[in-house]
Design a protein around this ligand. Structure first.
Ligand SMILES: [Fe+2]
Ligand SMILES: [Fe+2]
Ligand SMILES: [Fe+2]
Ligand SMILES: [Fe+2]
Length: 412
């Protein structure tokens, strides 16, 4: 599929009426878990599109160009509203959160499996284990406070058990800064994956930043607050791979191309006919956005879209599927890694005065009070065991004990 062969050059703005911004929500009891993930993923891309276009607008002196951006931005806004309306009223904040972390796990693992750039793959594997652990912490909160088993929400497609303990994920900011990627040399798939994963993590960060204060109970508020910090680290990590030398207009083409690729993948993968229709209509809109972006690049940037995306042929589509063995393998081999400068090292290799330990001492002590630990400790105190969904024995011996939360692995 090459979207440039299907561009709609004659862009006519057909706005959705306010009524049309509300779509029919999926049914939370019978929607496929991957449908929920796809909706969250698309919503994240639209958030990114909107915010990118605001930033561009604020850095642009030409009002003719700013008016063109305004049209695009309003359409991205409308698309985001339609996607947001697919979430049903009866799905709670915490249930929706399980979807965010399941998406983080499934998308990151799928991307890592097919990533050709070993340096970016390392980043994906690294953050994968952290979101995987978040899923476990939120699942325990959900079981304890709402008596909902998260395994039913994730459809038993994703395991729920500890990985790199969230308490061990708090790092000095300097250790999330990696080398940016040269987009002139990178594979098109790498460029797409950098953009999509950054948007997804950014959406999660924003969600937790907002939800922390609306959660109606203290431990939950603290858990959202803590994990929001880790999501900020993930946004720094992934956002740092963007090529710093691309112009605003080149970024615009890349954004619209990425949205086309995303919706094309989602349409192919979607099983709910109603949601599929929404994705299809958005894909059609994105083809017109891409046409506009290419025209603006030519007019104001004196460049051709080929210079941004080569021949424009899409790489293989995004498709959700079983990642259990892959995730287990990454846990088994890298659970005790931490960030160190532009790379990763085993925590045991750090000097005792490393900034990791200094940061940890200031932020996570006393560790008995840290929410990500308390939620498991409380579940164990109430039920004599934590809540997990495992398909077989945990690959790491230190994380097998269901009656004691490990706060030292990857940290001491
Ligand atoms: Fe969009
Ligand atoms: Fe997460
Ligand atoms: Fe994350
Ligand atoms: Fe768009």
């Amino acid at each position: 599929m090459n979207p440039f062969l299907h561009l709609n050059e004659n862009v006519k703005h057909n706005w959705f009426s306010l009524k049309e911004l509300s779509c029919k929500p999926y049914n939370k009891f019978d929607a496929h878990p991957y449908t929920k993930l796809r909706v969250i993923l698309a919503n994240g891309a639209e958030f990114e599109a909107v915010w990118f276009l605001h930033q561009f607008h604020r850095h642009c002196a030409d009002n003719d160009l700013r008016r063109e951006l305004a049209f695009l931005r309003r359409e991205e806004q409308q698309q985001q509203k339609r996607l947001a309306s697919l979430k049903p009223i009866n799905e709670s904040i915490l249930e929706h959160t399980i979807g965010y972390e399941q998406l983080a796990v499934e998308l990151t693992a799928m991307f890592a499996k097919r990533e050709s750039d070993p340096y970016f793959k390392k980043a994906l594997d690294f953050a994968l284990l952290e979101d995987f652990d978040h899923l476990y912490r939120y699942a325990d909160l959900l079981d304890m406070q709402k008596e909902v088993k998260a395994e039913n929400l994730v459809g038993k497609l994703t395991e729920i058990m500890p990985a790199r303990p969230t308490i061990a994920e708090h790092r000095c900011p300097c250790d999330d800064i990696k080398r940016w990627c040269n987009f002139n040399k990178a594979d098109l798939l790498t460029k797409l994956q950098v953009g999509i994963i950054t948007a997804a993590e950014q959406q999660t960060m924003n969600y937790y930043m907002n939800q922390a204060n609306f959660y109606t109970e203290k431990l939950g508020r603290e858990l959202y607050t803590e994990i929001a910090q880790i999501e900020e680290q993930h946004v720094s990590l992934y956002g740092g791979f963007m090529d710093v030398n691309t112009s605003w207009l080149e970024c615009l083409v890349m954004h619209e191309y990425t949205e086309c690729y995303l919706y094309w993948s989602l349409v192919n993968d979607e099983t709910d006919p109603n949601v599929k229709k929404v994705f299809q209509s958005h894909f059609d809109m994105e083809l017109s956005h891409l046409a506009t972006a290419a025209r603006l690049l030519e007019k104001y940037g004196k460049k051709d879209w080929h210079q941004v995306v080569g021949d424009g042929q899409f790489p293989e589509a995004i498709k959700f599927g079983d990642t259990t063995d892959y995730v287990r393998d990454v846990i088994a081999n890298t659970v005790t890694l931490t960030g160190k400068g532009e790379d990763y090292v085993d925590v045991s290799e750090l000097e005792s005065d490393d900034c990791f330990f200094q940061y940890q001492d200031q932020v996570t002590e006393p560790h008995r009070d840290v929410a990500s630990h308390c939620v498991i400790a409380k579940h164990i105190a109430d039920c004599d065991t934590d809540y997990r969904y495992q398909k077989k024995e945990h690959p790491i011996e230190e994380l097998r004990d269901q009656t004691c939360d490990n706060t030292t692995l990857g940290r001491k």
